[in-house]
Design a protein around this ligand. Structure first.
Ligand code: M1P
Length: 237
């Protein structure tokens, strides 16, 4: 039997947007008749905003949120982990926010603490939606987020940083990222083939650690997708 794992933003839904109705219409019957897990960087509250409750409650066999630091089954929280934040880490992030060369307006909620992880966005998570694309375009040219990721990973061996979606960086305790999901699912399904679909499986992306952990195991496959349309195409639904 195949066991499926899906990332959410950019994989099952457009980044930070609800699942598209046509996608939901085709994906729901499929997910109800297969064993599938969700592996999201977002927290559980955001997942509920983006994916209709039907799939969350009854479709998926389990929902990993906050990079695998919280686990829900049938709407019930099974466990959660926390992160320890060092003063030096916060000072480093504040420096990027203060000294950014981005000339657009900056918004609040630039440090978002979630169970087991910290999400950092120089732009600020409370930005209007159109500002996300503007910052992302600028960041693609100036590689600000890549610089944050590099500095955190070099300076703090106890933490692991990766690019979030379009505007942010995800920081977890080393080993406390999406990779932990691989071992948990393998434990539940020792004999089955595990197939993971994600849009950020490249080095530095927030699906990379999970992709690598799975590649190191037998009987697994990692499928890099660029959009929900790619998922439908792969599943042939
Ligand atoms: O794709 C998952 C990412 O989605 C958001 O990223 P951003 O706001 O940068 O587009 C965040 O929730 C991030 O934590 C998450 O990994």
């Amino acid at each position: 039997m195949n066991i499926y794992i899906f990332d959410m933003d950019g994989t099952l839904t457009p980044a930070r947007q609800p699942m598209q109705p046509d996608f939901a219409r085709r994906f729901f019957p499929w997910v109800k008749s297969h064993i599938a897990y969700l592996a999201a960087g977002s927290n559980y509250e955001k997942i509920i905003e983006q994916i209709p409750g039907d799939a969350i409650g009854t479709g998926f066999s389990g929902v990993y949120s906050s990079m695998g630091n919280v686990f829900h089954q049938k709407g019930k929280e099974i466990y959660r982990h926390e992160i320890k934040l060092k003063k030096e880490l916060l000072q480093t992030l504040e420096r990027y926010r203060k000294n950014t060369a981005y000339i657009g307006k900056l918004y609040t909620n630039y440090l978002e603490l979630r169970p087991g992880m910290l999400n950092f966005s120089v732009l600020g998570r409370n930005c209007p939606f159109k500002e996300r694309a503007k910052y992302n375009e600028w960041d693609n040219l100036h590689q600000e987020r890549a610089a944050v990721v590099k500095e955190i990973n070099e300076k703090f061996p106890e933490y692991e940083a990766s690019l979030g979606g379009k505007i942010s960086v995800d920081i977890v305790m080393r080993g406390g990222g999406k990779e932990q999901i691989a071992a948990k699912i393998r434990e539940q399904h020792p004999q089955d083939k595990i197939i993971f679909l994600g849009d950020r499986t490249e080095p530095g992306g927030n699906d990379y650690a999970l992709a690598q952990a799975l590649r190191a195991m037998e009987n697994t496959e990692v499928i890099a997708v660029n959009s929900p349309e790619d998922v439908l195409k792969y599943l042939e639904i």
